[in-house]
Design a protein around this ligand. Structure first.
Ligand code: PHE
Length: 492
């Protein structure tokens, strides 16, 4: 390891930090609902196949690129490639856009921790939708919480790889796991919890029980699983390149990739067991039609689940605190990885100019930059405050029956930024990266790095995947993302 850059204290520390990046809001409000809606166990199988043939391969490639070059996202691409030098920049822009709204969501989680604490001490409990409505329509308060959330992340990343990110992850991730188990036990022991479990796992149950009216097509399931997998594993954001660049030569990249992919999927299923049965149970208890229970997205987190906690009285507030702290840890461990991508880039740049990069100043500058944009997202309150959104009026479409629809992505600032990051930059970045490795450099450039630190070989599998399977999957995922953001319905 080059000493000026620092490194992970241990492989375990690295793994926990990488799992921390992967485990985020996507695992909690995305995966379980998508799994239930898209065929339960069938979805899981499709997801697992994609995770092995695409996610695992891209993850190993990114870690190898980082460790081989010893540089962050921009430096790694510049060192390796002639034609794809510029792709590294996609991996800087994408985390930046993601940060601009992820910190607002982190602020929401923080606010919900506070709401549940005050209820624990006797404050009047509002319904989930009342709390949520009051929160998003109060921009100043949201900005303050966004600021506090950003500050927490600033202090962690300022501490560096070992003294900040690794330290936080080695305490935070085990804590998250324990809290998750506590919430799962409570969730599964509620009346009718089994309905939620069936929704998640039994193929076709979502339709036959009336959660949704029609199951999505296979092509839709495939693109949903692909998009979710990519986002959930924090791929094509420069994160694994950056984290890999701090990893010692003795570590086994293939094994590490396998562990991260498995752990992320495992936690997503656990998160599902923590939230879906509780949400379904409470909906049934209140006589809500199954199709009306909100089981995904911000509504699941901030409306449905808050209702669950409120219905349990004081004990519920306690579970509420535990749950939202858990979500908070998941959000922080993702945000710090995004900040580190940009921080490492600037630190490497300073080093290339023979200067000593000042981490404190660099991280401060990055935080101020995305915080400035996040203020607009906070003010917009998921579209509830009527803030102007770019392209809002340009892309409306008129269907054959005359109904006018707005593209999904311009509904609010969060969707707009998410579309740029998750919808375009991420899949495009991964596609170009696989073309670079598969065809410009050749897999043989990456293979030696995957051989370092292990006797295990899977060269044939790697070559076929990186040259053919990954690019095809990425084109497909890119189209799927675009169609879901722009509402083209190609994959309906
Ligand atoms: N993987 C995180 C989640 O599931 C999101 C994320 C994506 C974080 C990309 C960092 C980079 O929510």
């Amino acid at each position: 390891m080059k000493q000026h850059r620092g490194s992970w204290g241990s492989n375990m520390g690295f793994i926990l930090a990488a799992i921390g990046s992967a485990v985020g809001l996507g695992n909690i409000w995305g995966f379980p609902y998508k799994m239930g809606k898209s065929g339960g166990f069938t979805f899981l199988v499709v997801y697992a196949i994609l995770a092995i043939f695409v996610g695992f391969v891209v993850m190993a490639t990114e870690l190898a690129m980082g460790r081989k070059t010893g540089k962050g996202i921009v430096g790694a691409f510049c060192d390796l490639s002639q034609k794809f030098k510029w792709v590294g920049w996609l991996g800087v822009i994408a985390p930046f856009f993601l940060l601009c709204f992820y910190v607002v969501l982190g602020g929401y989680c923080l606010e919900y921790v506070v709401i549940n604490i005050t209820q624990l001490f006797g404050a009047e409990a509002l319904s989930g939708s009342a709390s949520f409505g009051a929160m998003v329509t109060n921009p100043i308060r949201c900005m303050v919480y966004t600021f506090i959330f950003t500050a927490i992340n600033f202090f962690i990343v300022r501490g560096g790889i070992q003294g900040g990110i690794e330290k936080f992850s080695t305490v935070g991730m085990p804590a998250l796991f324990v809290m998750l188990v506590v919430v799962i036990i409570r969730s599964l022991t509620l009346p009718n919890a089994i309905e939620g479990v069936k929704f998640m796992f039994v193929p076709g149950y979502a339709v036959s029980a009336g959660f949704i009216s029609e199951s999505p097509s296979f092509i839709n399931i495939l693109s949903t699983a692909g998009g979710q997998m990519f986002f959930s594993l924090s791929l094509a954001m420069g994160i694994m390149i950056t984290y890999g660049s701090y990893l010692g030569k003795q570590e086994n990249l293939l094994k590490n990739s396998g562990i991260i992919v498995f752990a992320d999927t495992f936690v997503a299923i656990m998160a599902g067991l923590a939230v879906i049965p509780a949400a379904v149970s409470n909906g049934i208890a209140n006589g809500v039609a199954l199709s009306d229970i909100q089981l995904g997205g911000p509504n699941l987190l901030f409306v449905t689940l808050q209702d669950v906690f409120v219905s349990m009285g004081t004990m519920g507030s306690l579970f509420g605190v535990v749950f939202y702290v858990l979500v908070l840890i998941a959000a922080i461990s993702s945000v710090i990885s995004l900040i580190e991508v940009i921080a490492t880039m600037f630190m490497d740049d300073a080093h290339a100019k023979n200067k000593e990069g000042n981490r404190q100043k660099i991280v401060m500058g990055i935080c101020l930059a995305f915080f400035a944009v996040s203020l607009v997202v906070a003010a917009d309150g998921l579209g509830s405050n009527g803030v102007w959104v770019p392209f809002q009026s340009m892309l409306t479409t008129v269907a054959a029956d005359g109904t006018v629809s707005m593209p999904v992505f311009v509904d609010c600032w969060l969707d707009f930024l998410d579309c740029l990051a998750e919808g375009i930059a991420m899949p495009l970045g991964a596609l170009l990266m696989s073309l670079m490795v598969g065809f410009e450099l050749g897999p043989e450039t990456i293979l030696p790095e995957l051989h370092t630190g292990t006797k295990f070989r899977m060269d044939k599998f790697y070559i076929i995947c990186i040259k053919y399977v990954v690019p095809v999957a990425m084109v497909f995922i890119l189209l799927g993302q675009l169609s879901s953001f722009f509402g083209f319905g190609w994959f309906a």
